[in-house]
Design a protein around this ligand. Structure first.
Ligand code: ZN
Length: 165
């Protein structure tokens, strides 16, 4: 049985931003960067030591923008775009921070840490954050510190950056 759809309607501005980025337009790409920057900075400062937060934010923003097409084509519209971007920003900050730490400990040959399968997608986590009833996500969060931390960072970044962008 289909779950009742309780997502808020997606704004025209969000749709236009996603369509423009996917079409390779400069204006929307700049707007995406401006929307992501505060989210990434808040997550980075929640993850890294103060002296490392700026580097982590810059690197994480770069990583996200490298994959902007995949990011926006995976947005499934169950959550507002900014909520989805906050989840993606938090995930990348946490993963990049882990890689920083490994690099520091083990030198430049370290492999990017593998994230095991079985975690909810950014869309699932964003839907949960937007208040959708997603029992599988709720259950997962009880036993996965990584995803719980991701959501906590995303929620704080959203609150600090004023919610809608
Ligand atoms: Zn998880």
């Amino acid at each position: 049985m289909a779950q009742p759809r309780v997502s808020p309607p997606i704004s025209q501005a969000d749709e236009a931003l996603a369509a423009g980025v996917l079409a390779g337009e400069i204006g929307p790409q700049d707007r995406l960067t401006r929307a992501l920057r505060p989210l990434v900075e808040h997550s980075a400062s929640g993850v890294a030591h103060p002296g490392d937060a700026d580097d982590l934010a810059a690197l994480s923003l770069y990583q996200i923008l490298q994959a902007e097409e995949r990011l926006l084509s995976s947005w499934d519209r169950r959550a507002p775009l900014n909520t989805y971007l906050a989840v993606a920003a938090a995930r990348v900050c946490v993963d990049e921070h882990r890689r920083f730490q490994l690099l520091r400990r083990m030198g430049p040959d370290v492999q990017r840490p593998e994230i095991g399968p079985g975690h909810p997608s950014d869309s699932d986590l964003a839907g949960h954050l937007a208040g959708l009833p997603l029992p599988q996500v709720r259950d997962h969060l009880l036993s996965c510190a990584r995803c719980a931390r991701n959501l906590e960072l995303a929620a704080r970044a959203l609150a600090a950056s004023g919610g809608d962008a």
